[in-house]
Design a protein around this ligand. Sequence first.
Ligand SMILES: [Zn+2]
Length: 300
Amino acid sequence: MKKSKKIFISVVSIILIIILVIGIYISTQYSNGIDITQLSPQGSRQMMGYIMETKNDTFILVDGGTEADSENLKKHVDKHNGVVNYWFITHAHDDHIGAMVSLLEQGAVKIENIVCSLNDLEWYKQNEEERADIVERLYNILNVNNDIVIKQAQLNEQIYIDNIKVKILGVKNPEITQNVGNNQSMVFKVYVNNKTILFLGDTGEESSKKLIQANKDELKSDVVQMAHHGQSGATEEIYQLVKPQICLWPTPEWLWDNNLNGQGYNTGNWKTLETREWIEKLNVKTNYVAKDGEITIRIW
Ligand SMILES: [Zn+2]
């Protein structure tokens, strides 16, 4: 065999081995990822709901939406034999827990674990009476479902589920009296391989400040769930610290366009357009908005 031919075969072999090794590495990483689904509103109101399915098919929900979203949510739960392994609640507003309460009342789902940071019912009655009804319904139905493990999350607690880690970066803030319900939002970060997803719930301005004080260096994340449906939630500083590559917007079309009762673009008082500008300034290329329908992405 000529020397040049030998060299050619050696080079080709090395390249093939490199391609094979890279291929094995990518497929291992990919299969060690999770699927995350952003639900879209089935009713006309804003809502928030996410599904995470881990490597070994642990079924995790984050909030779930309003009562109008319960039927659609049930279809997803039914694909997992009606069992939710972990249900994370960001805060106790009905656009987040309405579907959960409705499904529990119907006996339509079995929940194994709830992770939350909630005040007692009296607190909600005293501080946000007009929205306490859904909390009362939640507590009533949990009282008769005493096989559910309920974890009141602690600040900086780490929870390991299959191939993910969840770290709690923010808990309830009962002392905050402005925007009182939203400022109770539990904030948590999900770690998958080397990627991270930050859930902000409906975090407000005041709880954003506490979040920065407590965990400034840990906010940086690849994916972020936009706070309070992308309107008047969190602060620009929070997003600057998060520096996301992908934004998940639990935002219906009217809110995305700040469109009040169909009167047209930017006719309302919601701050969505301002928040959209913050994100454009950060040069985020990928935005998934709930108005465009349900979407599933793989994080790996
Ligand atoms: Zn909300």
